[in-house]
Design a protein around this ligand. Structure first.
Ligand code: GLC
Length: 636
């Protein structure tokens, strides 16, 4: 951070457009900043100057994109976006490799691409790239910053939005600041949480839970070189940044804007609930975190208004929603629908939809402006953050239930076709989490191994139905790369000493391009999944009933193994039914209108709807043409 003296004098020379946006938010931004930093006007001046500098460096074509998006601020809220999350190396080796595969990505219907962390990070101490040692350069093996810009620019030409992580809670122990802090430079030590001895760390530990209780126990690490203790909430090589130091906010914001100026459209704020710490608290979701997120939002509104913030808030529902902020004071544009994701896997195991219904009722009662990112699987484990107070009403206790879910999804439970592995199994708390790909958790891997055609059919149906459920929700559906061709678990991570201790690598395997080619071979699981998902995405895009503005509700199915979701928008009504049962079911659904099956075009009598085990139905009534003949499938 450098302060050159008074942006007040400089602002008369500022660009008018910029000045207008800055002035519109100045008062709020300044108040937030000064209240966090005890009225430090020098820090505020430096911060404001830095923002203008970043705007000056913003390329013209990105400014144009900003203007277009400002004209249509709801550009990401409709039904047009489908996302995909991938590792650059696993998918195509390098950034240029990804660029050369944009045709494939588009053939998957994807127009929102999230690349996993690709900035410099020490090998073997990288936490999958989440330990960043330089926020301004790309990992050498993946390419260069210019390659990233070229990829972003080609994505824009093709109408694809690019998402990248911003790992703001910590740096790698190899980051320049950390190196200087380790060498004893006190100024750099104040950018982290350094303590002379274990007294304060031990007091923190009384209230702070552990993120990686078995792979990286504790929240502090002894730094031998500095002769001090440093806070490390995640791995010992990830040093928590202290945002109480304004230099940290200033320089990290500049790093964030640097990425935005390379053409990144969506910034995933990694581990955002953790970014402010206070002794005596659990150091999660503190009020100052919300001030910081609001500051980030205002910064983007001012410097790069086309950019979206996606909060990674993997917490219970009551802690997630506040990260949307309020109508007057919004924080994140997008949040993960994490509880729904975990509840879907709970439902697969229990074959009982009551908790999922309850969860969706809460999601459906939220303001429509809240845009969730819906997903089945991602690079992380599935944590069992379910609504245990609701489950308690049915006599289901948290610890035994987690054990059941893990037993079922690792295939230990009799009759379960799932194949997952445990993650951070903490026997003291009974708190293991779970890893595995969608296909393997749905039973496709087991069915193939056992060469059981009937099981395979059921598992494929289940996999497609779960995707259909994700597509039935408002927001942005995001596929995990490989799921579009039923990718199975990759057990080879056990053989690599660097990855073996972290079972998340089970579902971080390389893209198998030979398998992906089988998407063109009729009857293969790859082809069945690929064409089904493509079809669902196309229908989702074509029908306004999937708009984010639609009314949504839970449909009574009178059967606890079948989930029903209703949607209505401008004359179109969709009844979506999802079976978690292992038997065929016949349902009597009480909804008005003449319905046709959206996939086949056949007229459907709602008093007698059949559902195959693990199957789903999308039933549509178009009130504008409800008395007309059903629309033939070929026209859908
Ligand atoms: C996020 C990432 C996870 C990583 C952690 C620490 O939760 O999703 O993969 O381990 O942050 O950066």
């Amino acid at each position: 951070m450098c302060y050159t003296g008074g942006y007040e004098m400089e602002r008369q020379f500022w660009d008018q457009n910029y000045l207008m946006r800055f002035s519109a938010h100045e008062q709020e931004l300044r108040n937030l900043f000064l209240s966090l930093y005890h009225g430090d006007i020098y820090a505020w001046n430096a911060f404001s100057e830095m923002l203008y500098r970043c705007w000056q460096q913003r390329p013209a074509q990105l400014k144009e994109l900003d203007s277009l998006r400002q004209e249509d601020p709801a550009w990401y809220k409709g039904n047009s976006l489908v996302g995909m999350l991938m590792y650059v190396d696993a998918f195509a080796g390098t950034l240029d490799g990804v660029r050369s595969k944009l045709d494939y990505i588009q053939s998957c219907g994807v127009n929102y691409l999230h690349l996993m962390p690709l900035l410099q990070s020490p090998e073997g101490r990288s936490d999958g790239g989440y330990a960043v040692s330089d926020f301004r350069s790309v990992q050498q093996e993946l390419g260069t910053m210019e390659d990233l810009e070229a990829l972003a620019s080609e994505c824009h030409d093709r109408g694809i939005a690019l998402c990248l992580d911003f790992v703001m809670n910590h740096t790698s122990e190899d980051h320049e600041w950390a190196k200087r802090a380790r060498a004893g430079d006190f100024e750099y030590q104040t950018r982290y949480f350094f303590y002379d001895d274990w007294t304060i760390p031990h007091r923190f530990e009384e209230n702070v839970p552990q993120v990686f209780p078995t792979t990286a126990p504790g929240n502090f690490t002894w730094c031998h070189d500095a002769g001090k203790v440093v806070m490390t909430t995640f791995y010992p090589y990830q040093w928590d940044l202290d945002y109480e130091n304004p230099v940290v906010l200033n320089d990290m914001t500049e790093n964030l804007l640097f990425l935005c100026n390379r053409g990144v459209d969506v910034i995933r704020l990694d581990a955002v609930p953790y970014i402010w710490k206070e002794l005596g608290t659990n150091c999660r979701n503190l009020p100052q975190v919300h001030s910081l997120v609001r500051i980030m939002r205002l910064v983007c509104e001012i410097v790069c208004p086309g950019t979206l913030l996606l909060g990674e808030v993997v917490m219970e529902p009551s802690k997630v929603v506040p990260y949307f902020g309020t109508e007057d004071s919004p924080e994140c544009h997008l949040l993960y629908n994490v509880t729904t994701m975990a509840t879907i896997w709970h439902t697969l195991a229990t074959k009982d939809v009551r908790l999922l219904r309850h969860q969706l009722e809460q999601v459906f009662s939220m303001p429509r402006g809240f845009t969730f990112l819906n997903y089945l699987r991602c690079h992380d484990d599935i944590g069992w953050g379910l609504d245990y107070s609701y489950l308690g009403k049915f006599g289901i206790g948290e610890v035994p239930h987690k054990k059941f879910l893990n037993d079922y999804l690792t295939g230990k439970w009799p009759g379960s076709p799932a194949r997952g592995e445990l993650y951070n199994d903490d026997p003291r708390l009974g708190d293991a989490r779970l890893c595995g790909t969608t296909a393997s958790l749905c039973g496709i891997e087991t069915a193939r191994l056992e060469q059981d055609a009937e099981k395979l059919e059921w598992a494929l149906r289940q996999d497609i139905a779960l995707h259909a459920l994700m597509f039935s929700l408002s927001g942005i559906p995001v596929l995990y790369s490989g799921d579009e061709v039923a990718r199975e678990n990759d057990y080879s991570y056990h053989d690599n000493p660097l990855t073996a201790p972290d079972s998340r690598y089970l579902h971080r395997g390389k893209m198998d391009w030979a398998a992906a080619d089988r998407r063109n071979v009729p009857g293969t699981p790859e082809q069945i999944i690929f064409t089904s998902l493509s079809r669902l995405e196309a229908l989702r895009r074509e029908h306004r009933v999937f708009q984010g503005q639609a009314d949504t509700w839970v449909v009574q199915t009178f059967d606890d193994s079948i989930l029903g979701i209703g949607r209505y928008y401008q004359g179109e009504k969709l009844i979506a039914l999802f079976s978690f049962s292992d038997r065929e079911r016949i349902l009597n659904i009480r909804e008005d209108g003449n319905f046709a099956d959206l996939l086949t075009g056949d007229r459907v009598d709602l008093s007698c709807v059949s559902l195959l085990p693990g199957g789903f139905r999308w039933l549509l009534c178009d009130f504008q043409q409800s008395d007309a003949e059903p629309v033939p499938a070929s026209n859908l």
